[in-house]
Design a binder for this molecule. Structure first.
Ligand code: UDP
Ligand code: MG
Length: 333
């Protein structure tokens, strides 16, 4: 297959006629991670194709097989246009998004889930919102079709996110989003960070918008996540809070807290010494001297930790071309 032929354009001639030639430039890249979605891929591809054709803009479709053990890859056979990225093993949805986004050639990157819960027809809404001047438009599943437990978990996470990160978005867990490609020029995605991309981008100064999208219940296959995601989500959120506020000055957080702790410890010890000297109080049975020493030690530790974090952050900024996944092959079909 010709290197360039995965690209599809809509010839301005006949509606619905797929013309497999390379356009001068691609407008839209649709990026979809797939992990054991054998029952969904074909229908998914059909719906994306149909929705993109209606847009009358050159587009490409990128699927990332995230190490599926079922017939997902096999079921991608014959789907055109399609760029299929195969991971060697399951690296997770965030890594899959990252790989897909890095392969994307369109000016606008659309991400979505591969389980048919998002509706490709909503891409149009995202693009319209984007024209208002946003760099990122996030979908908001205002009427979710998920189980109650998932609903509650998501609500709690969104609430916590608002407090910690203040990213003004209702539903950051919705994968259906549109980005200008330049958004990713200096963003690498790790862990399970894909849910917080708008927050990360907002930190970098990009304009983030939101639009209500539809959401469907999962029909084929099952969800890949459970309660553990909740815990990881909270940890990720703290990491982003740290990133947002202190990523380039960790010493202010750790060193600052360290100094406060040490000072508190010192004040306690001085106070104890005065009590002993002036009033002759017996302090050996009190908890306070121990507390004072403890606080001073913890404070020193935090300060040293802050210095180390400072060194690490500086190294990080110099050394950003390491990724946490490995691609087996990329197929143009
Ligand atoms: N997914 C993936 N790798 C994973 C887990 C999930 O690529 O390790 C994909 C999955 O195939 C689907 C999307 O990410 O296209 C969302 O997953 P899922 O529907 O299980 O999440 P939920 O909608 O239940 O939050
Ligand atoms: Mg889903």
């Amino acid at each position: 297959m010709d290197e360039k032929s995965y690209v599809s354009t809509i010839a301005p001639t006949k509606e619905g006629d797929i013309n497999l030639r390379l356009p001068e430039k691609l407008d839209i890249s649709v990026v979809v991670p797939l992990y054991n979605e054998e029952g969904n891929v074909r229908e998914l591809h059909r719906r994306i194709l149909e929705a993109c054709q209606k847009l009358n803009k050159p587009f490409e479709i990128i699927f990332i097989d995230d190490g599926s053990s079922d017939a997902t890859v096999k079921n991608c056979e014959g789907l055109r246009p399609l760029k299929l990225i195969k991971f060697r093993k399951n690296f997770g949805q965030t890594a899959a998004f990252d790989a897909g986004i890095k392969e994307a050639k369109g000016d606008i990157v659309i991400t979505m889930d591969g389980d048919l819960q998002n509706d490709p027809n909503d891409i149009k809404l995202l693009l319209e919102e984007m024209e208002k001047g946003y760099d990122v438009v996030s979908g908001w599943r205002w009427q979710r079709k998920d189980t109650l437990s998932k609903h509650l978990a998501s609500r709690t996470a969104n609430l916590l996110r608002k407090v910690l990160i203040h990213d003004k978005i209702h539903d950051s867990g919705c994968s259906l989003k549109a980005y200008k490609r330049e958004c990713f020029n200096d963003v690498d995605l790790f862990g399970e960070m894909h849910r917080f991309i708008p927050a990360i981008l907002e930190i970098e100064g990009y304009r983030v918008g939101e639009v209500k999208v539809s959401h469907h219940a999962r029909v084929h296959g099952k969800t890949k996540y459970n309660w553990k995601r909740g815990i990881k989500g909270v940890v990720d959120m703290i990491s982003i809070w740290f990133w947002r506020s202190y990523s380039n000055r960790p010493l202010h957080l750790f060193g600052g807290t360290g100094i406060v702790f040490s000072l508190a410890g010192l004040i306690i010890l001085v106070w104890m010494a005065l009590e002993k000297i002036i009033f002759g109080t017996a302090i050996s049975e009190k908890i306070w001297p121990l507390m004072g020493v403890f606080l001073i030690l913890v404070g020193i530790q935090l300060f040293v930790f802050g210095l180390l974090a400072d060194i690490m952050v500086k190294t990080y900024y110099k050394n950003r071309n390491h990724m946490n996944y490995s691609i087996k092959e990329i197929i143009n079909q």
